[in-house]
Design a protein around this ligand. Structure first.
Ligand code: NAD
Ligand code: IPM
Ligand code: MN
Length: 372
């Protein structure tokens, strides 16, 4: 029987609450379709710092490397605000991304029909929205050196972050964008700030060359990232795949989240390069949202971003396409039935908590799986 090794890293805040909803789904799939998920759980983020002195231990990194896929909840919170930069909860996530070489972060923003009225934008602006932000995840200002605060000795300090992109890093994220666009509507919008940044200028040059040499049949457009942010809220349906650097991708995907109704709706997949021999790739799946300290422990967090991240895991790590479709369909059906967490609550809908939303999706998923 196939075994599928999943490492669960629930993390801090609402992370454990949302991750628990995915465990219901793996158990259900083991029982009904013999999926063979073997799950293991480890600490990451602030809870790992408290228990093990580091936001991710070498042992947990080893588990991540040895698993078929990692499911990550969320990290961080005010409790760890004063902790040194290298030991902060977020550093655990950054190490996972860097050491697993997860350079391609797929952040799809889909507006479910039932939520078209939940966004702060007008219904006609977002109805039918289906765009994909592809964020470069292992380079740029997140990791560039030097990265430090130096004492200038005259009562002044200097804080430095460095934006760095090498040719190969831009080439591989550009190829990933075009490959994804080929499975969608064939259009890539590359966003940078070539008007002020050398890295933006070079990003633009490399993406243009990869398009010309390898993907000339697809459409490529360039947009300055600030104007791109504006276009995302003005007319988001003009986009198909947006490819952008690590920092712009972070910001633009939070903006895109609100097009879907709530940050609690946006999933993501962080993928490494496919192994040439086996075709397998390292992968980590995580919601775009954070640990939501304001609602943590209350049982009200929306688990749908986490559940949709698991659907991406089924699709990209395990090629379980029918099951991924069934799970996404179950989410759509539950929303259609008027079951809502507080963040996406609408008129005439029934408000539920995290557990109940997880149970509703699991029940619907069980029904659809039985029919496929
Ligand atoms: P956040 O995403 O945690 O929360 C922003 C707002 O969205 C809050 O009002 C929160 O209640 C709401 N929200 C987020 N997810 C929700 C959900 N599933 N259901 C309902 N409402 C939800 O961002 P923040 O407050 O800026 O950051 C809090 C902490 O999380 C920080 O320490 C930050 O570094 C960390 N963070 C972690 C990740 C991650 O682990 N991947 C991502 C972003 C932020
Ligand atoms: C995200 C988060 C992370 C990022 C933090 C928690 C390190 O905001 O995944 O969007 O900035 O990449
Ligand atoms: Mn972010």
């Amino acid at each position: 029987m196939t075994t599928r090794k999943l490492l669960l890293l629930p993390g801090d805040g609402i992370g454990p609450e949302t991750t628990a909803q995915v465990e219901k789904l793996t158990a259900l799939m083991n029982e009904t379709v013999g999926a063979g998920f073997e799950t293991e759980t480890a600490l990451v983020g602030g809870c790992a710092y408290d228990a093990e002195g580091a936001p991710i231990s070498d042992a947990t990194m080893g588990l991540a490397m040895a698993s078929d896929a990692v499911l990550f909840g969320a990290v961080g919170g005010p409790k760890w605000d004063g902790v040194d930069y290298d030991k902060r909860p977020e550093a655990g996530l950054l190490r996972l991304r860097k050491d697993m070489e997860l350079f391609a972060n797929l952040r799809p923003a889909i507006c479910y029909p039932a939520l078209a009225g939940s966004s702060s934008l007008k219904r006609e602006v977002i109805e039918g929205l289906d765009i994909l932000i592809l964020r470069e995840l292992t380079g740029g200002v997140y990791f560039g050196e030097p990265k430090e605060i130096i004492d200038l000795g005259n009562g002044q300090k200097r804080a430095i972050d460095t934006q760095v992109y090498d040719t190969y890093e831009i080439e591989r994220i550009a190829r990933a964008a075009f490959d994804l666009a080929r499975t969608r509507r064939g259009k890539v919008t590359s966003m940078e700030k070539r008007n002020v940044m050398k890295s933006g200028l070079y990003w633009n040059e490399v993406v243009t060359r990869i398009h010309r040499e390898e993907y000339a049949d697809l459409e490529l457009e360039h947009m300055l990232a600030d104007a791109g942010g504006m276009q995302l809220v003005r007319a988001p349906k003009q986009f198909d795949v947006i490819v952008t650097d690590n920092l712009f991708g972070d910001m633009l995907s939070d903006i895109a989240a609100m097009l879907t109704g709530s940050l609690g709706m946006l999933p993501s997949a962080s993928l490494g390069a496919a192994d040439e021999k086996t075709g397998t790739r390292r992968a980590l799946y995580e919601p775009v949202h954070g640990s939501a300290p304001d609602i943590a422990g209350k049982g009200v967090a929306n688990p749908l971003a986490m559940i949709a991240s698991f659907a991406m895991c089924l699709r990209y790590s395990f090629q379980m396409v029918a099951e991924a479709d069934a799970l996404e369909g179950a989410v759509a059906d539950v929303l259609e039935s008027g079951v809502r967490t507080g963040d996406i609550m609408g008129e005439g809908c029934r408000q539920v908590g995290t557990e109940e939303m997880g149970d509703a999706v699991a029940a619907r998923f069980r029904e659809t799986l039985a029919r496929t």
